[in-house]
Design a protein around this ligand. Sequence first.
Ligand code: NAI
Ligand code: MG
Length: 474
Amino acid sequence: MSVSADHWIGGERVASPQRFTDLSPIDEQPIAEISRGGAREAAQAVAAARKAFPAWARTSKEERARLLHAIADGVDKRADELANVETRDNGALLRSHLRGVMPRVAHNFRFFADWLLGLGHDDFETRGHTNHVSWDPAGVCALITPWNAPLMLATWKIAPALAAGNTVVLKPAEWSPLTASILADITAEAGLPDGVFNVVQGFGAEAGAALVDNPDISRISFTGSVPTARLIGAAAARHLTPVSLELGGKSPLLVMRDADLDLAVDLAVEQYDNAGQVCLACTRLLVAEEVAGEFTERLVERIKALRQGDPRDLATDIGPQIHRKQFDKIDGFVQRAVAEGARAVAGGGPNAELGGLYYRPTLFTEPSKELLREEVFGPVLTLQTFSSEEQAVAMANDTSYGLDALVVTTSEERARRLTPQLVAGTVWVNCFFVRDLRAPFGGSRDSGIGREGGNWSFDFYCDVKNTVSAPWVR
Ligand code: NAI
Ligand code: MG
């Protein structure tokens, strides 16, 4: 594997004296010794980004868009390598990386490049005065990203930040640092000027904390857990830095009594994708009591048929969890639930045959309070029944989160009645994960602050300006 283990700062590889070991979830073996950045490297990267900012901000939109398309070309060219490295590094399915994730990574760059060129607003006119709206570059953006979908989630932020004329410092998650490093090479090969894109590797409490506490940062965008979000929000408050937070969820999947059960079971099984390590996963199955028996029976059959194993095997449906710590955390939730009397009708523990970090896809009926409240971030779903639409809505909203919600029904009228009552940034009706990048994405309540996507991304990553001109005397 020829991936640099060092930072990428000002167009150069920078090493730190201290290193940390990056493991593969497939066999828990070391795959790289990564430079462990801290306050010094964060400051160095912000300074490089600051220096590169004025020229990049002045670069024409057309040229910025051209460079983003060149980065997308580079991603397409190296998609196979990126997919394989990502799978080795975070254990998610190679099949998904090849078919869905890497094409989407390239698309992130193409989409925001094209959106930039179309950004515009009709001027407002007041007593002959024109009010002209423009999206000005904001400065240096600090981007902090998680391990569950490393390159996809990072480029979802990097692309609009760069398109908007900002420079970027990315701090990837320490459990999955590698594809960000390849991306740095790709940006250089595409001709992105030095210092426009920077990567600082390291732990959250060191490199991450120093980065967000830097007064020269103009925007912070974070995807990850709620406790970390509170720390980042506090740092942002100290400097009054605008912050966008995409956090976790405990989202509901509602199966109404008129649902197409084939579809409902398909959609429920999809919630085990990425071994359940997906913020959007709708992990609380809420099922109309009229159909609960049949639904549960069919779902359990499907769960048992899921092929668990090496994520590099294209036939595998469920791979390993990312890390021993995450594995133990998941098992803790499951064991406590069992101790409290929850019934696992599928799974319920580690996969003893495979060993390692493989956890059996688990379904609980009569779940414990903790399981219904806390985000597990693993292959653990709960199933509860409801007897009326009102009860379904009340149960769906009975959470501190509000990322998404999914409704399965054959009645358009019912969908129209239900969806406005659900507290969520995204509501899916008879579908999951299909989303237009022009639409807003984000969470309500503890699932986050702000929305990104289309104009919402540019509203966040830009200093939006109104230029008011008095009538010209001719
Ligand atoms: P985390 O929130 O600690 O890590 C996410 C990113 O934040 C990483 O890059 C990390 O290095 C960085 N970070 C950590 N502490 C920081 C600090 N003080 N200042 C600045 N940056 C910091 O999440 P972690 O520990 O990897 O996962 C724990 C839980 O978070 C999961 O079990 C899951 O519940 C949730 N999570 C949610 C994700 C989502 O997509 N919404 C993604 C990953 C985790
Ligand atoms: Mg790793």
